[in-house]
Write a protein that binds this ligand. Structure first.
Ligand code: 5AD
Ligand code: FES
Length: 329
């Protein structure tokens, strides 16, 4: 698919239902009806960065900061494994309390629970990525956020697009399954730029692509921006499925935060993965990347059963294996 065709599909609000239906069919043929669940642990909201869109940016003084201690994180992962999750995702801000040594200890402990381990902890050195991999980490998630470099540098002060890209290359080279993705509906972002993002993810040959709508957070400099573009995000996700028929594509939490059926709409428009939150207690509320985030007052058990019922209600099944990317090419 060429860029002009992608732009046309993204802009075509009228035929969105047809696009999602096509993506749903491509999903069914290539990865089947199983929905893979990942238990998401938000283990620290401490971050050295100051991204303009993000609710846990360093500059937000209104959020109480926490990080779990390593043993608490391992225990949370153990409970997720006991609940039947075959993948746990360890996500945090860029919190340097978590040295390579601490992370490796955690990864080694969690790997004993017979789960795939996905890391989502941002930019680190090659040596760190290498040691995490040697400790047993299977996958790594890091969104490129946007491939419009000017926009990236405006939104992520003191960060470098090129450096982030190089991190993604290192992660892939080290043999991780690589997940990346973008936000849709950022201020000044154009449809053409989203088309470039999709082609970038294809060329990077990602194993997973997460696409979520930007939702403005009141305690950030983007508080008064528009955002909330659920339908454009759904179309973007559907085109991603057409471009990469056999990868993993999550129905993102941000979609459901904009609409009570957001994740089901996504699962019926190309998505095949859901990442229910298994973080406990008040940490959930404090990990507020954007306002209106779902499930902040729920428990892991509640979320697991809620999403399980939703998935069954649309005639889909829950994946039983690790649910990694099975290349069909
Ligand atoms: N709205 C939507 N998504 C956001 N993220 C961060 N801030 C927001 C926001 N305000 C996303 C980023 C990041 C992921 C963990 O959460 O894409 O990579
Ligand atoms: Fe930390 Fe955005 S400010 S990820």
């Amino acid at each position: 698919m060429q860029k002009d065709e992608i732009v046309r599909l993204l802009a075509d609000e009228e035929n969105e239902a047809d696009l999602l239906k096509r993506a749903d069919e491509v999903r069914r043929q290539n990865v089947g009806d199983a929905v893979h669940l990942r238990g998401l642990i938000e283990f620290s909201n401490i971050c050295r960065n100051n991204c303009l869109y993000c609710g846990i940016r360093r500059g937000n003084r209104k959020v109480a900061r926490y990080h779990m201690q390593p043993e608490e994180l391992i225990e949370t992962a153990r409970k997720a494994a006991d609940m039947g999750f075959k993948t746990v995702v360890l996500q945090s801000g860029e919190d340097m309390f978590y040295t390579a040594e601490r992370m490796c200890h955690i990864i080694e402990a969690i790997k004993k629970f017979d789960v795939a381990v996905t890391l989502s902890i941002g930019e680190r050195s090659y040596e760190d990525y290498k040691s995490f991999r040697e400790a047993g980490a299977d996958r790594y998630l890091m969104r490129i956020e946007t491939t419009d470099k000017d926009l990236y540098h405006k939104l992520d002060p003191n960060m470098s697009w090129q450096q982030r890209y190089e991190c993604l290359l290192m992660i892939r080279e080290l043999g991780y399954e690589l997940g990346s993705g973008i936000m849709v509906g950022l201020p000044e972002q154009t449809i053409e730029s989203i088309a470039d993002d999709l082609l970038f993810l294809r060329d990077l040959d990602v194993d997973m692509a997460g696409i979520g709508p930007f939702i403005p957070h009141p305690e950030t400099p983007l508080a008064h921006e528009k955002g909330g573009m659920l339908h454009l995000a759904l179309r973007t996700m559907a085109v991603m499925r057409l471009l990469m028929p056999d990868i993993n594509i999550p129905a993102t939490t941000a979609m459901e935060s904009l609409h009570p059926q957001g994740r089901l709409m996504a699962l019926q428009g190309g998505a095949n993965v859901v990442m229910p939150n298994v973080t406990e207690g008040e940490y959930r509320r404090l990990y507020e990347l954007y306002p209106g985030k779902i499930c902040v007052n729920d428990t892991p058990v509640h979320c697991r059963s809620c999403i399980g019922m939703k998935i069954m209600s649309i005639g889909r099944t829950i994946g039983e294996g690790y649910g990694g990317h099975q290349k069909r090419r």
